[in-house]
Design a protein around this ligand. Structure first.
Ligand code: TXA
Ligand code: MG
Length: 350
């Protein structure tokens, strides 16, 4: 088992020695977790099969779930995916580097283990000075699945990576909490209109401003297009229940009725701002951006505290809100009842 070395790096003052050390680990076929603007990724040489297999092992990831290749320049893009359709070119020009992953025709040089034998490859240029410096220094594309154990909330801090993968990977580059906090938007541009396979940090509305309407519903019906969506994702151990402001009005009453179990709340309406009891732990957020940044961290924190039920106050699905509600619904895996949540609670808390 490797000892996991944690190196602090600063985006403002890039330490070339740390970057070089991390690139050397990648060169030797090792695994380096790195920050991006969305979540932390688990890096390995995208063209080294043995290294890729280690990524699947460390994450306990099913082999049929392909990886995103992260690149830092045009040459690396051409080496990974040489044929971009016109809409893809426009998106690249407008949004890269940034939280947009494109599914495109793959180059034959990309190993099958990366794409899980699909004839497409997912590729993205992240917007984080540390990531870009690392990939430039290394000189080739690197894979970058979220640096968590499969199924758990994605890591938005180096501590989250360490908690899941400490002792299983060689190095973590720690640049502090990530800016966006949810993963990149994934768009399949091999079809017309392009299909959204995962909502994420780049709002669909912004994509449509550039290339016109995209299909936001087909992704669900074409699971083979994004095998990752088959697997359970983004889930804390606690049961997640989506509530609205009205539900929260009954909050105190229900807590006193079911308060023998611990409850965590992620809310934005002022109702709960001041309210914290021994039975309830509140994360208050002021904006959609703050929610996006704190969602996974709160899930992980509540699990550590041994919370049984997490109540998440619903938000509008516009902009990044679309990605956030997608993750919250998946975490609630179907129990998205906003009607009578005391009834929902009864079901979960006996
Ligand atoms: O923000 C992000 O995208 C982060 C950071 C680290 O860059 N990475 C990330 O990777 O979220 P991962 O592996 O956790 O999620 C990638 C998703 C998976 O659901 C996978 O199934 C899908 O991308 N995917 C990868 N290649 C694909 C392909 N060729 N076709 C369809 N879906 C693909
Ligand atoms: Mg992931």
């Amino acid at each position: 088992m490797p000892t996991t070395k944690v190196l602090k790096v600063s985006s403002e003052e890039l330490n070339s020695r740390s970057i070089k050390e991390a690139a050397d680990v990648l060169q030797g076929g090792g695994l380096v977790a790195f920050p991006t603007e969305t979540v932390y990724g688990l890096g390995a040489d995208a063209f080294n099969e043995t290294a890729i297999k280690k990524v699947f092992e460390a994450k306990q990831r099913p082999n049929d779930n392909p990886l995103i290749v992260h690149i830092a320049n045009f040459e690396q893009l051409m080496h990974t995916a040489p044929f971009l359709p016109a809409p893809a070119k426009l998106l690249v020009e407008t949004f890269w580097p940034g939280p947009l992953t494109l599914v495109v025709e793959r180059s034959s040089s990309v190993p099958d283990v990366v794409t899980a034998n699909l004839n497409t490859v997912a590729v993205r240029m992240p917007k984080h000075p540390v990531t870009l410096a690392l990939i430039e220094e290394f000189g080739r594309g690197i894979v970058g699945p979220s640096a968590n154990v499969s199924g758990t909330p994605s890591p938005t801090k180096a501590e989250h990576v360490y908690a899941d993968l400490g002792g299983k990977i060689d190095m973590i580059l720690d640049a502090g909490p990530t800016e966006i906090g949810v993963e990149s938007t994934i768009l399949d541009v091999t079809v017309n209109p392009p299909v959204v396979l995962r909502r994420g940090g780049l709002p669909i509305e912004k994509i449509e401003e550039i290339i016109g309407p995209v299909d936001t519903t087909a992704g669900r019906n074409f699971l083979n297009r994004s095998p990752g969506t088959r697997h359970r994702h983004y889930t804390p151990k606690a049961t997640v229940v989506i509530v609205n402001e009205n539900d929260l009005r009954n909050y105190k009453q229900v807590i006193s009725r079911y308060g023998h179990k611990r409850i965590g709340c992620i809310v934005h309406s002022k109702l709960l701002r001041e309210f914290e009891t021994q039975h309830c732990s509140v994360v208050f957020v002021d904006s959609v951006q703050e929610l996006s940044k704190k969602l996974y961290d709160s899930f992980r924190r509540f699990d550590q505290e041994g919370v049984d039920v997490i109540l998440v106050e619903a938000i509008s699905e516009q902009g990044v809100g679309g990605a956030i509600m997608d993750r919250v619904k998946r975490a609630a895996s179907g129990s998205t009842m906003t009607k009578s949540w005391p009834e929902v609670m009864k079901q979960y808390i006996s």
